[in-house]
Design a protein around this ligand. Structure first.
Ligand code: FES
Length: 143
């Protein structure tokens, strides 16, 4: 049987919504791919461009940010600020020849456990189809 590429995906999740939704997905016994490594943040507004780029440098094949629904950020505009940063990182990736689809922004509420599982599945399928990140491959060649 052919070995299927298993991507490493990092998810920056706001503790008020996406992280709580991940918990809910767990309580509901919804399964989602184990490719996702969740990092809890107090608000997605804390996630900077450098955090996103560093994740790729450290070997992630895909990265996404999951914040509160627009208009519902507990720190008012954190999710809107990070949305712009995600857009900026997409642009940078495109300019250096890396698929911009490797980075994404999602919005959800704490009650959206099934949506959390769906996003994890969706992102895993997108990255699996793209294959390993060229940054990761280049690092392996150097090492
Ligand atoms: Fe959730 Fe800001 S508190 S994105």
């Amino acid at each position: 049987m052919e070995n299927q590429f298993e991507p490493e995906i990092l998810a920056f999740c706001c503790k008020y919504c996406a992280y709580a939704a991940a918990d809910l997905a767990g309580s509901m016994r919804l399964s989602y791919p184990s490719n996702i490594k969740v990092i809890q943040v107090p608000c997605t507004g804390r996630v900077d461009v450098l955090h996103l780029l560093k994740a790729f440098e450290d070997g992630a094949d895909g990265v996404y940010v999951a914040g509160c629904l627009e208009g519902e950020c507990h720190f008012l505009k954190g999710n809107l600020r990070v949305k712009k940063r995600v857009g900026y990182v997409k642009k940078i990736l495109g300019q250096i020849g890396i698929e911009p689809e490797r980075v994404a922004m999602y919005n959800l509420s704490s009650a959206m456990g099934p949506r959390f599982a769906e996003i994890a599945q969706e992102m895993t399928e997108i990255i699996r189809a793209l294959g390993p990140s060229s940054i990761k491959l280049a690092r392996k060649k150097v090492a």
